[in-house]
Design a protein. Structure first.
Length: 278
């Protein structure tokens, strides 16, 4: 199997029998380039399960809003279109993560928490969007699990056996990494470049051309979540930090220590976010 075959299959992912029905419905909405917040709000509000998941997520420590958000319309206005689209993808693939790669959801949540804290510390605009990019940074793994579960499970086991980084084994056997796949599907879903670049380049932030700071945040957030031991991303080892991000983010040792400390309460609380269908 080569990279082109994989790309061709994921380009038609909506047609795969293994795709969750809720994700199929959501993709039908967000792939419309002219979709509006109101249309998404109406769609979410018509589905009680999806409504509960979105509200639970928005009110969670991942986003840190001071008051509780009780309506979908309120959530949409606060987060904005791009963040909402990303959040819809995140909550819709939760079940896939839970069933096929135990710990990936927890790792994704932790990355999102670190991304928001770093973004706030550096006074970056659109902290919620950067947090959503961190939540979705491993979406390519979910796509691979949906489309090529048997092959991808073998690759994960091979990475463990060789004591290698997962994305290196992906590149060797698929000719493409989960990060690149994440970038491809993000483009297909009409995400803006400021979300696509961090997802696509979260292992190689030096390749980001337009949104270097946002990509650096997601790169570091992923590594901090790995270092903290939150969840399981398929890697047994902490990925090395790309040296370019120290210049991009201008963070020192004390600031990194403070980021870890700020994350402790949200990380503890996030363990309760299981997004059940109740």
């Amino acid at each position: 199997m080569n990279a082109q075959e994989i790309i061709q299959k994921i380009e038609k992912i909506e047609n795969l029998p293994t795709i969750p029905s809720i994700l199929r419905k959501i993709l039908g909405i967000i792939e419309d380039p002219n979709v509006s917040l109101q249309k998404i709000s109406d769609f979410v509000s018509s589905d009680p399960t999806l409504t509960a998941r979105i509200l639970k997520m928005v009110n969670s420590p991942v986003y840190g809003f001071p008051g509780r958000i009780s309506s979908i319309n309120h959530a949409m206005v606060i987060l904005g279109l791009n963040a909402v689209k990303g959040l819809l993808i995140g909550v819709s693939v939760f079940e896939v993560m839970k069933k096929n790669m135990v710990g990936l959801w927890e790792h994704s949540l932790a990355s999102a928490i670190y991304a928001r804290i770093i973004s706030k510390k550096k006074d970056l605009e659109f902290a919620e969007e950067i947090s959503v990019a961190a939540l979705l940074h491993d979406i390519g793994k979910v796509i691979l699990l949906i489309a090529f579960k048997e092959d991808y499970t073998k690759i994960i086991e091979l990475a463990k056996k060789r004591e290698s980084l997962l994305y290196e084994i992906e590149k060797e056997y698929f000719g493409i990494t989960h990060a690149e796949i994440g970038g491809i599907v993000s483009k297909k879903w009409n995400f803006p470049t400021k979300l696509i670049e961090p997802i696509m380049n979260h292992h190689r932030p030096q390749l980001s051309k337009n949104f270097t700071i946002e990509t650096a945040v997601v790169h570091l957030s992923n590594i901090l979540a790995l270092a903290r031991g939150m969840g399981y991303s398929g890697d047994l080892y902490v990925n090395p930090v790309n040296p370019t991000i120290w210049k991009d983010l201008d963070l020192n040792y004390e600031e990194i220590k403070d980021i870890f400390m700020q994350a402790e309460d949200p990380l503890s609380s996030s363990q309760e976010i299981f997004l059940s269908d109740e």
